[in-house]
Ligand binder design. Structure first.
Ligand SMILES: Nc1ncnc2c1ncn2[C@@H]1O[C@H](COP(=O)(O)OP(=O)(O)OP(=O)(O)O)[C@@H](O)[C@H]1O
Ligand SMILES: [Mg+2]
Length: 237
């Protein structure tokens, strides 16, 4: 089977400083794949490169077998790839509703947009209740739901999450992880980036560990959770 997303031997640099070294991984349709690693390992850089926000020095990104590296971000979104960015990146003065409609900017059909909106409101009823509220006044958890809701409006095939649990209380972390499980059930494939290695490996099928810009381990998430190397470096209490 052909992977939905394939990242092949990616080298990425900021100016003269190289931060990704031969990064390769695959995500198959229907999977939840975790990309885990510490601060500065290169996780966000990897996601930004997939979204077309950074041009790699070397390597390729394929989506449904087609090369997408070098394409503009809006074309990549149109093909069905979306990112829930680190730090949510909402507009404090814009309402919940306006954020969601903005997320559907590539959809033309009003009925489809309405359908998507109902889907998001069904997933997060609190967003419906607070549809007129400014994003800046939402709680942290509600803001995370809005960031996910906005990404869902574009009808993605692949959703990438950049540290969705960051800054959330444990109960909310569980709620967000439950949401990810539900999205998978809805047929959305997921690439989950986390520093919360245990949580990410617990809800994913497979995982990749990135250190200093290199993939150093990969495997079934259940096996990675048992691996001495992962336990020692990431799961020590
Ligand atoms: N715009 C930039 N210009 C220069 N260097 C950058 C830039 N963005 C990131 N870097 C550097 O690239 C490396 C990888 O950063 P990246 O943000 O991809 O890490 P990360 O794994 O997402 O870390 P975190 O878990 O802290 O978010 C770091 O050393 C970082 O300082
Ligand atoms: Mg990051």
């Amino acid at each position: 089977m052909e992977p939905l997303l394939e990242v092949k031997d990616l080298d990425v640099a900021y100016g003269k400083i190289q931060v990704l070294w031969g990064v390769s991984f695959k995500v198959y349709k229907g999977e939840v794949v975790a990309l885990v690693g510490s601060n500065g390992a290169g996780k966000t850089t990897t996601l930004k490169t997939i979204m077309g926000l950074i041009k790699p020095v070397k390597g390729a990104v394929l989506f449904e077998g087609r090369r997408i590296d070098g394409l503009p971000t809006h074309s990549i979104v149109k093909m069905g790839v979306t990112l829930v960015p680190e730090g949510r990146q909402l507009f404090p003065e814009l309402s919940v509703y306006d954020h969601l409609i903005a997320g559907a900017y590539l959809l033309k059909d009003k009925d489809v947009i309405r359908e998507r909106l109902e889907f998001v409101y069904d997933l997060f009823p609190v967003l419906k209740e607070r549809r007129s509220q400014k994003a800046g006044t939402l709680s942290g958890g509600e803001q995370q739901m809005l960031a996910i809701g906005r990404a869902l409006m574009s009808m993605p095939k692949l959703m990438m999450f950049d540290e969705p649990s960051l800054g959330l209380a444990p109960k909310l972390v569980d709620a967000i992880l439950d949401t990810i499980a539900r999205l998978r059930y809805e047929g959305i494939t997921i690439l989950l980036v986390e520093q919360n290695v245990r949580a990410a490996l617990e809800i994913s099928d497979r995982g990749y560990v990135i250190e200093n810009g290199r993939i150093i381990l990969e495997g079934k998430s259940s096996e990675l959770l048992e691996s001495e190397r992962v336990k020692k470096a990431y799961l020590a209490i």
